[in-house]
Structure formats: C-alpha cells, structure tokens
Design a binder for this molecule. Structure first.
Ligand code: ADP
Ligand code: MG
Ligand code: MG
Length: 528
C-alpha cells in the first residue's frame, strides 16, 4: 500500500464544481437538521429560523489502522474513566480541595467540596452514567516518519456534536452519492466512509440509565445553558429517546431548576415540575460562568444529592479534569485502574501499552524532581501553597516550571477547564509563567504538542448572518473524537459501549478548535 500524501488533500476543484458542492452541502444540511440557531443577542423560546452548522466539503483523511485502533480503545477508556469516578480516594488526592487541584482552582474546589458534603450525608444514587468523547489528533513522530494517534483530552461532561456529526458524515456520503466528487480521488469510495450512528448510540446510553433507575413514567432531565445555539444537536437526542425508547425529556436551565426542582423526603427522588427524574443529562455546568452566583452551585448539589442518575455525577466530571489525564501518566496509576482485581475485569500489559501509546508527554507545573518519580496512589501531605511566595527566580522554581520554560516551543499549558479557549501555547508560555502566582501552578498541566500532518487542506463553509459566505480553502488540522458510554456504580461497570465518532476541522491559524467557540467546522472521515 502506498503512503497517503496528506499534502495533496483535497483534490482541486474548478469554480463550477466548488459552487455545485457548496450548494449541495448547505441544502443537504438545512434539509437534514445539521443546524445551529443563528447568532442573536437572545434566542426566542420558539425559534423561527436556523442556519446550517459550519461544515467542510470533503471528509478528512484518517489512516484506517489508526481509526480502527481509536474505536477499539474506546471500550477500555469507558471502563477506565468509570473506575476513576468510583475511586474516591484517588479523586480526593488529585482533584480535592484539601490536597489536590481544588486548592488552586476555585471552580474545581467548589464542586469537590459540594460532593464531599453530599458523601458525608450519604449518597443515594444507585448508579452513574458517562457519555464520553475521547479526542485525538494524528501525530507525526518525526519528519517523514510514521503517523500515530495521540489523545488531546477525554471529555466526561457535555460531550457535544454527536448527533450533528452523524449528519455531517451523511452529508459527505450524499455528496459522494450524487457527484462521486467528480471522480477526483480514488480514495473517495463508499467503502472508505465509515458508518456513524451516534444518535442511536448516545440515546441508548441515556435509555440504559433510565431503565436501571426503573420508575415507570419518570423522565430524563436535560440541564441546558440559557441562549444555547447548539440546540439541534441536543434535540436529535430528545427525538430519538421518545421515538425509540418512549422516554420523555424535560429541558431546564439551572435558573429554572432553582424553583422547579425539589427532592422528596425521605427517599430523595428528584422531582421537576412534579415529574420524577430518572437521569440528569448535563449540557451545562462545565464552566464557571454557568454558576453566576452560589445559588447555582446549590442547584447543582441538589441534583447530585438526589436518587437520579447523574450524567455526569460530580466525581465523573472531576475525573475528566486535565489533571487526571496527567496523573494517569505517572507510574502505576493506569495499573491501579486497569490491572487491579478488585474491579473485576483486568486488562493485560499489551492493552495497557496500547492505551499509553495514545498519550503525549505530560507533567504538572508544580512538580519537583521527586514528584515526577512518585505515584499519586500515595498522596503527598498538604503543601504550604497558602503561604505567599515572592516572584521566584528560576533556580527556586519547581522542575515542572523549569521544564515548561525549556520546552515551551513544543508545549501547551492547560488549566482545568472545558469548552475551548483556555490553553496557553508555545511562545505565550514564558510570559504567562512569569506572571502566574506560584499557588496557581497546581491548577495547570504541561502537555507536549501533537504534530499533525502538514499542509492538509479543506474547503470550509460557514453561514454568516447574511447566509453562506462561500467555501474557503484553508490549511487545516482535523481532530477525531470517539464517543462511548458507561453505566456504573458500586465498583462495577454495568454496561458500556463505543457509539460513533466526530471530526472537527480547524484552520491552522488557530491553536484551539471548538466548533461552538467558532474556530472549527464539522467534518467526517475518509479512510486512507
Ligand atoms: P477543551 O476541554 O477546552 O476542549 P482541549 O484539551 O481539547 O481543551 O484543548 C483545546 C484545543 O487545543 C484542542 O481541540 C486542540 O485543537 C488544541 N490542543 C490541545 N492539546 C493539544 C496538544 N497536546 N497538541 C496540539 N494541540 C492541542
Ligand atoms: Mg474538553
Ligand atoms: Mg477539547
């Protein structure tokens, strides 16, 4: 098999071909619910118009071997993160507010403290649900060297674009069926477009949790952000739940829940406007701005305190922290979750090696040389982070900071945040570190930059306020996400599944890549 030439992707189009494909792509998207609400200061409760989601005209090339591996690993990742969420001792040591990141990061600390108080009262939830997305970039080990797939992050809350990515894949399949892409590439054959059934798969995860809860007539609560524009991605799940599983959902913001949600006494059933809730699905609550004042946290804790299955629970949200991703790379930590017989199914060394094969080098900014060698299974005592230290000179800085300065050109720094736009890259790192208060170092991790294939292009189509702005050919990077779910509790994973994928493609001029944040477009895969 000859090596795929990424730099020659996609084939060049004539102006007529470009216009015809753009028309076919946008009209297909508008016809099939590949949609967004238009930007507006506020959305009316009953919208009267929509725009197509940002899309690409060609699917992104992904080597078949790497796609297959990412899909195969999802099951291990589902189990791994379910077990992390069930390991209170580990989460306390890594994310807690007494010895972990929760000291340095107020958002994490507030969530952890709320969870701890609920634990002390006694958790009544029988189970937890995770709808996950593991994100990857193609990585070039060395100039002209072979490609591998490296994990960017693992999302445990509000993993979005599942249902829209199914539609983006269907849109590319339609372009192929209707035009055969003008015979421009031998790679563009139906066999090379993998199937993508995220809607059924994600809804199945929610339905499983609902059935485990087992109260007839109960509903699933979608906790949403006010003025959400990505509503269709959520609505497709709602329609699937009703049509296939006969489950009704209720959509509410935290502000609405402040008055609509109550707990029954003494059994702590969650009631919203009188309806019993089986499962709480969060499409909000992952950023500090979702909690504009302390009463919003009280609402979150009320949901956590209830019997309803939370997707995610606070521990599962904490498990998705970048700090956990980094902690997993320390000696013995992956073994703690995958090879300890206390969890049931044990994974062999070969499987652990494959999981590790998806990781880039990561470390903590506050780590000194001895930390780098120790395992988090032995948490260190509280440090004196509360004592103010003066702006330190390089000789007194921890090894983690010195290493980040030395390697900044090939590094990204990440805080414990979701939703894009929070990271610090390359040349911005030294000035950032110069002003970062030492007590806040603990909230950040350093991660080696993944190096995707160079000079790959795509035709990107975005809808502006006045309609489609036309396709733009740009140099791009494509990020692959694999979806999965897990239902778990009491130390056991009751069920889990890999359920489809997503590709987001961004112009290389931006370091970040969120579709919702406006940096990238929805894409799909051509296996090469
Ligand atoms: P968030 O939870 O905010 O989405 P991510 O870890 O996914 O945070 O980082 C946001 C974006 O930054 C990613 O989508 C990717 O484009 C870029 N990015 C993150 N980590 C790396 C990395 N190690 N190498 C290259 N790009 C990265
Ligand atoms: Mg994320
Ligand atoms: Mg991300």
């Amino acid at each position: 098999m000859t090596k795929f030439d990424f730099a020659s992707w996609p084939p060049a189009l004539t102006r007529e071909q470009l216009e015809a494909l753009t028309l076919a792509a946008t009209t297909y998207s508008l016809s099939h619910g590949l949609l967004y609400l238009p930007p507006a200061p506020t959305q009316p409760p009953a919208p009267t118009s929509a725009i197509h989601a940002p899309i690409s005209l060609f699917p992104a090339p992904v080597p078949r071997r790497l796609f297959t591996e990412a899909v195969a690993l999802q099951s291990v990742y589902n189990v791994l993160y379910a077990r992390i969420a069930m390991d209170t001792e580990f989460l306390d040591s890594v994310m807690g507010a007494e010895v972990g990141v929760g000291r340095a990061d107020e958002f994490v600390g507030t969530l952890w403290k709320g969870w701890k108080a609920i634990r002390e009262e006694g958790v009544v939830q029988p189970l937890q649900l995770g709808l996950f997305r593991s994100d990857y970039l193609l990585h070039t080990e060395s100039e002209g060297g072979s490609l591998s797939l490296k994990q960017v992050e693992f999302n445990t809350i509000s993993s979005s674009f599942g249902t829209l990515s199914e539609r983006a894949a269907a849109m590319h399949r339609h372009l192929h069926a209707s035009t055969e892409y003008y015979g421009l590439s031998s790679h563009l054959t139906a066999d090379n477009f993998p199937s993508n059934n995220t809607t059924a798969g994600l809804a199945e995860g929610l339905a499983q949790a609902h059935q485990h809860y087992g109260a007839s007539g109960s509903r699933i609560l979608f906790v949403i952000q006010p003025n959400e524009r990505n509503v269709f991605d959520q609505r497709w799940l709602e329609y699937e739940l009703l049509k296939t599983h006969d489950i009704h959902i209720i959509r509410q913001t935290f502000a609405q829940l402040a008055t609509s949600a109550t707990l029954s006494s003494p059994d702590r059933k969650l009631l919203v406007n009188g309806h019993e809730i089986s499962t709480v699905y969060f499409r909000a609550g992952y950023v500090p701005t979702d909690y504009p004042d302390p009463s919003y946290y009280q609402t979150r804790f009320l949901l956590e305190k209830s019997r309803a299955i939370n997707c995610p629970s606070i521990p599962l949200q904490l498990a998705g922290g970048k700090k956990v991703q980094e902690a997993l790379t320390k000696p013995g930590v992956l073994e703690r979750f995958l090879s300890d017989s206390k969890w049931g199914t044990q994974y062999n060394d070969e499987q652990l090696k494959r999981v590790r094969g998806t990781w880039m080098d990561m470390w903590a900014l506050d780590e000194d040389d001895t930390d780098a060698l120790s395992s988090v299974s032995a948490p260190s005592p509280p440090s004196s982070s509360s004592s103010p230290s003066p702006a330190s000179t390089s000789s007194t800085e921890p090894a983690g900071v010195r290493r980040a300065l030395a390697q900044h050109a090939s590094l990204v720094l990440k805080p414990q945040r979701e939703g894009g736009g929070n990271n610090v890259y390359k040349s911005s790192i030294p000035p950032f570190l110069a002003t970062l208060p030492p007590a806040e170092r603990e909230a950040w991790i350093a991660m080696a930059l993944i190096v995707p294939p160079k000079s790959v292009s795509s035709y990107l189509v975005r809808a502006g306020a006045g309609g489609t702005e036309g396709a733009v050919r740009s140099e791009v990077i494509s990020e692959l996400g694999i979806f999965g779910w897990a239902v778990f509790g009491g130390g056991e994973v009751k069920g889990e599944k890999e359920v489809g994928w997503l590709v987001r493609t961004k112009g290389t001029e931006s370091d970040e890549g969120g579709v919702a944040a406006g940096f990238s477009v929805l894409d799909s895969i051509v296996l090469v």
